[in-house]
Structures are given as C-alpha cells and as structure tokens.
Design a protein around this ligand. Sequence first.
Ligand code: ATP
Ligand code: FE2
Length: 367
Amino acid sequence: TIVLGIEGTAWNLSAAVVDEDDVIVEVTHTYRPATGGIHPREAAQHHAAHIGEVIGGVFSQLEEKGISHDEIDAVAFSRGPGLGPCLRIVATAARMISQILKKPLVGVNHCVAHIEVGVWKTAAVDPVVLYVSGANSQVLAYQEGTYRVFGETLDIGLGNSLDKFARSAGLPHPGGPLVEKYAKEATENIELPYTVKGMDFFFSGLSTAATRLLQENKSKNQNQNQNQTQNQNQTQNKNNGEKDGNVDPDDKFLANICRAYQETAFAMSVEVTERALAHTGKSEVLLAGGVGANSRLREMLNQMCEERGAKFYVPEKRFMGDNGAMIAYTGLLMYKAGDTLSLEESAVDAGFRADHVSVTWKEKNPI
Ligand code: ATP
Ligand code: FE2
C-alpha cells in the first residue's frame, strides 16, 4: 500500500509518500517568520505559495523512482489541530489531488500522527507517550479504542512557552533549540515555579516568571553599569571603558534561567509521564513532538525509565517535529482500516483532539 500525506498545521509544509516499511519520498518547505512568532495568515500564505512546488516535487521524485501516480492508494492530510488558515490550504490541496487521482481522502489527527510515526520508527509497541511540541503538551496512552489523555497542559504548550520566553530574551524563533544551547553554559541554580496539578501541568506562569527574572536582572545590571561609568569617569580609568573580557553578566544570567526553565518544565513533564506509567501498568515510554529534540529532556526521561525498569524510545529527529511522513503513515493505517472521508465530511477541525479519534486501525489487531 502506498499513501500520500500532507502536513501543514503550522510552520512546516511537508508532503511525503510512504509504504508499510518506509518513507519513499518527502518534500518540505518551511515557513520562517521574519520577526516574532508564527503569524497564522502569513503561514497560510507561505503554504499556499509553496504547495504546488512541494506536491510537484513529490510527484517528480516518485517518477524518478519508477512509481506512477496511479499506484498511490489514498491521499491523507492533517485535519487538525492547528491554525485554521493553514489547515484549509492543505485540505483544499488534498481534496483536489484525491479528485484528480480518484483515490480516497483520509483525514488525519496531527497529534495521533506524532504518536504513530514514533511507534512505526522505533521498537515501541504500546507506550505511554509524552507528546510535547509547540501548541500541544500531553501524556497519552492507548486504551479501549482511543489514545486516552492522562494529563495535559491547561494553558499553553511547552514549546510555545519556550518560544515566548526566548522572544522576550531577544532570541529568534523558534526559541526551544536556543534555550537548550544557553542552558549548557549555566553556572548557578535558580528557582522557578513548578506547576503540576493532579495529572495536568501549566507552562504559561513558568514563561512569565522566567521573563520577569531576566528583566529584573537586566535593569539591575544597567543601574550598576551607570554607577560604574560615573566612577570610571571620575578616576580617569586607564582602561578607557574597554570590556574586560569577562562573559556579559546578562548572558550568564540568561544561561542560568534557561537551565532552570528546562529543569523545571521537563521535571513536570517527566512526573506526569511517570504517574501515567504507574497508573496504566505499561512498560514503555515514547517521546514525540518537536520539543522531543531536546537532549536534556531525553536524558531525564531515560533516567526515570531506567529507575522504573521501563523501556524508553525516541524516533529519529526528522520524525519528531512536524513532517509529511507522519501524516502519510497514519493515513496508510487508516486507509487500510477503511477509515476514509467523503468530500462532504472533510472539513478541517482546528481544535481536533487526539482522544476524539477512534483508533480504527488497532481494532483488528488489538494490543
Ligand atoms: P504541534 O504538534 O503542537 O502542532 P508544532 O506544529 O508547533 O506543534 P513541532 O515541530 O511538533 O511543531 O514543535 C515545534 C516546537 O518544538 C517549537 O516550539 C520549538 O521551539 C520546539 N523545539 C524544537 N527543538 C527544540 C529543542 N531542542 N529543545 C526544546 N524545544 C525545541
Ligand atoms: Fe506538531
């Protein structure tokens, strides 16, 4: 079976063709905001401007591999959750391709796709999943026909909270990877609010607290510098105001805050994951979503799994952030289970929850 899948819920427009075993082709075009974070309308304009080139690229690479369009069995697309304007561009393209090729349409839940690609590309069979990305942060596991959500963020996603904090520190989007880089230079511990309630967590307060500490430190340093300059002028310092070669104290503080941010946010995520493991009695953990690229998060999860005797799985990095392959592969599972959509039912759903999906493809092969 061969399925074409298109992803474009937010920043990454990506189309791929897969079979049961592997990715056959994948073509991606990434929206990079000039300033600030993701603007939904700009992202949609990006997707509209490049969808032709992305799909065209997939078809011509297929041809080079000796696979004709006719061999595609179904056309899958990311139905949600995501940014409405972006979802509509991708859905329109998918409907059109499905009509032209006369092949069924499959509407895939983006969060479920992050999970299924991980199960596909690792040895995990029935894991507790920590899914942490830009807009979403959830702990899920398969139970009685759906991916049940055991805990989740009650405000914003971990990735978006990192991006927001990083922006306030003057760092470019996306901030997650930069926070990781700075954290490695940390020298001192700082306390930040740890907010887990029951099985759920909050990340907005953490972002605000980190931003506030950063600003307070900056204004403190500015005051000190002003005083120093005055003193230097008075004593005709022979350095003539040259930098003394030390690390900028603002950068040092930023590094400390970045590490504290990671330690706090990841400890919260690991705690809920651990409790879901205990609750479900499962023995595997799978990390999914863009924030899963973070090596400190992997280290912390791995340690928790070792202590509990559970197995820890992380797919290759290309399958962690948004990618066309995850939509194509989940589409393939759904198509084989007969889970396709008519044109009339194919509306997008910006708030589509993972636990509203009937996992039709596991019904025949229950775990
Ligand atoms: P969603 O699945 O919620 O729709 P998304 O579509 O925004 O998420 P993903 O690619 O799954 O996209 O995740 C992107 C997020 O991952 C961004 O917020 C980014 O900062 C974060 N991220 C990427 N690399 C790292 C890293 N090394 N450490 C921490 N966060 C990271
Ligand atoms: Fe995503």
